[in-house]
Design a protein around this ligand. Structure first.
Ligand SMILES: [Zn+2]
Ligand SMILES: [Zn+2]
Length: 332
């Protein structure tokens, strides 16, 4: 079987591998369908993620079919599943409080443990979730990034009277825009790339602006999804008094206007990944709903053999989600 192998930053190759010869009682072997390339995959590729380890098999946004299973696994062979790519120990202080997303012993596959950009991979059945037939492959591949948004938006109760600004139109920003719009909020997004703004406009009645075009307006909820110092600093000024900001981007640092935050009594939340399976199950409900429109977000599906082109497209920042296609018949 073929797998991607990142020897060290920027040294990515497609190689033949024997795969994992046997699986443990709780594990499944998955035959890959799609793999989404994420911003963090690009950071690992570039050597810019501190907790990444090398060599590593990249990939954590994964959809596939069970082809083998250990004795303790209750799923059937042939079940289509998505993967929760962050492990949790179930025993630390935070796991015991149900906050699996901040587990002290968390590992992230594709970053500091081998991921799933391979024709086949093995994983504990603890980290898989069945995808119902109502959700297409192209939608299902967005479940992991969507779960990040489902988790983040729980910090704020969005409704038809809410105004929301989303800073940054990567996949997370676009999914946040789509979900906030679906929930009835009045949505404005910003990005410096006009191609991204055009893409977001396809998602519905969403105002898409360059950052400097927002002036004089304030919002009940501001979501920072660009991970840039400047967007945090601009965003914090855009929160209505009594409103909230949710940070999902990870700028290393930024200036924090303490007196403004205090005087306006705004709340600033950090939000990291999701709780599995709850946030994933909720994402599946949205993805099953034909009125939740996200089709333009997956903008390229590329055969595994053309992985270099796929990474280049993702690195260009000009596309929505770029997805690797692992299905047979795509070898060139
Ligand atoms: Zn991701
Ligand atoms: Zn834990």
């Amino acid at each position: 079987m073929l797998e991607l192998h990142l020897k060290k930053p920027r040294e990515l190759e497609l190689r033949e591998s024997g795969g994992q010869p046997f699986i443990k009682d709780d594990e499944v072997k998955i035959k890959s369908i799609y793999g989404g390339i994420c911003g963090s995959d690009l950071s690992v590729f570039k050597g810019k993620l501190n907790h990444a380890t090398y060599p590593v098999r990249p990939g954590h946004e994964l959809l596939g079919t069970i082809i083998e299973k250990g004795e303790d696994v209750t799923y059937d062979i042939g079940t289509r599943v998505v993967i929760a790519p962050n492990t949790f120990c179930g025993e630390c202080e935070y796991c015991l409080q149900g906050k699996l997303n901040i587990c002290l012993n968390k590992q992230s596959i594709g970053i500091n443990a081998d991921g799933g950009f391979a024709e086949e991979f093995v994983i504990s059945s603890k980290y898989i979730l069945q995808v119902p037939d109502t959700v297409t492959d192209k939608k299902a591949i967005l479940i992991e990034p969507l779960s990040v948004i489902v988790h983040a938006l729980k910090k704020a109760q969005l409704n038809r009277t809410s105004s929301v600004a989303i800073m940054g139109c990567g996949t997370e920003g676009m999914l946040a825009a789509a979900l906030a719009n679906h929930l009835g909020a009045n949505v404005t997004v910003t990005d410096i790339n006009p191609l991204k703004l055009d893409l977001v406009r396809k998602l519905g009645d969403i105002k898409a602006l360059r950052p400097e075009e927002i002036s004089g307006e304030t919002f009940d909820v501001v979501i920072e999804a660009a991970g840039v110092k400047e967007t945090f600093e601009q965003g914090v000024q855009l929160i209505k008094p009594g409103g909230a900001m949710i940070l999902i981007g990870m700028a290393r640092e930024a200036n924090f206007p303490v007196s403004h935050v205090v005087r306006s009594e705004v709340t600033i939340y950090g939000s990291i990944i999701y709780n599995f399976p709850f946030d994933f199950s909720e994402s599946l409900e949205y993805l099953s709903n034909s009125e939740f429109y996200i089709d333009p977000i997956v903008s390229k599906i590329v055969p595994l053999a053309d992985y270099q082109q796929a990474y280049e497209m993702a690195l260009s920042g000009n596309y929505g989600k770029v997805v690797l296609d692992f299905k047979e018949g795509n070898r060139t």
